[in-house]
Design a protein around this ligand. Sequence first.
Ligand code: 3MF
Ligand code: MG
Ligand code: MG
Length: 412
Amino acid sequence: MNPVPVEQQQSLVTRLMNACGGAYSPEVRRKYFITGPQWAAAYEGQALFHAPTRRPVGFEQVIREYARIGIGHWCTHDTDVIPTGMLGKDGQDDIVGRIGKALKENGLVCSMVTTETFHHAVWAASPAAEAPEVRAYAAWRLKNTVRIGHELGAKFAVYWPGSLGYYVQGAVEETETLKWYAEGLNAACEADIELAAKLGRPTLKHCMEAKPFEPQAEILLPTSDAMLSFISSGLLTHPEMVGLNPEYLHELMWGAAPRAALARALVAGKLWHFDINDGYRLKHDVDIAVGLVNPLDWLNVLVLLRSHGYEGPFNLDYKPPRTTSNFGVFEVSFPTAVDRFITLWEMAGEAITDPVIGEASAALRAGGGVKDARDVDAVVAANRELLSLHELIAHRMVQILIGQHRGRTYSL
Ligand code: 3MF
Ligand code: MG
Ligand code: MG
């Protein structure tokens, strides 16, 4: 092939995207509760060892592009859109007004707001640092975000504690720090109750998000399970207002089965919001788009959520790769992530109604029919052949994933 001049590269990308096929229309995409973060689309490719590879994009462009793709909901950190120094000042109202206008013009809804408690130097010793003024500032920031949320009509507030942890042990007393962190959340919930009553709106759903590694060496609330125990620890004044925003990769990173972590949140009644992405076990937070690494695991996750009637947001919290251009972010990265999610979600529906899986699951639950459960040999013997169905069901899930259940085979 001859070299492709740069001015022909975008049309090549578009042509090959069309050749891929399998795209859903924006109308279909909008039927799903898929949310697009400001920070994901505006990510410029920078990281610890990386310089940016893309140009900045503002919220007006992100909202416009999400609308074009068919991503119906938008979410943001406070400082994604408002410079730190402007928070709480007149400039904030002006920006929030412009965001509201852009959302309305493009038919988008603000689903969630979140406070950045990890980037700015003020969080160096965490949002629950020893110095009372840092904690007072943190509480003020969380309350300000709640206000922005109500102004934009959001239903959710998310809390990733970021730097709540340390590099070296000894200086930080963990129980005290957790108590202080709870005080910040309590302030946010109390401000929310007051504001919601004043505005005649429901209170927000406050969702905690855990990450096991980064940006500290040791993290005080590293997993969704740790957060469940924190929510019911007695430190929160309104535990009923606080639930979880698990992130698929954050659970996978520490070695969990994300589906099992989600199941624990479900049985606790706390699975309210879900960050969707992909990546690898025991690695850093690579934030790859949903389904590009573990599509079979993702299919299984969605079977669990569909069969339990999960109706919360699916938040595209990933990072378009550094190799993807500004053009590619909206031409390739977001539409393909959304379409893989929809396909996996619909496949999960197929798995739930699949007659083979249905009969196999029912047979496993029926058991072998032993009357005397004290007779261990009889119990083992009665189930021996049934248990092969575990592997059969796993095979069937792969068949559904690759379309083999519809008769796709290869002849040699
Ligand atoms: C970090 C994250 C965060 C959170 C966000 C919402 C930048 O790994 O996942 O995204 O999702 O701060 O609170
Ligand atoms: Mg996240
Ligand atoms: Mg993440």
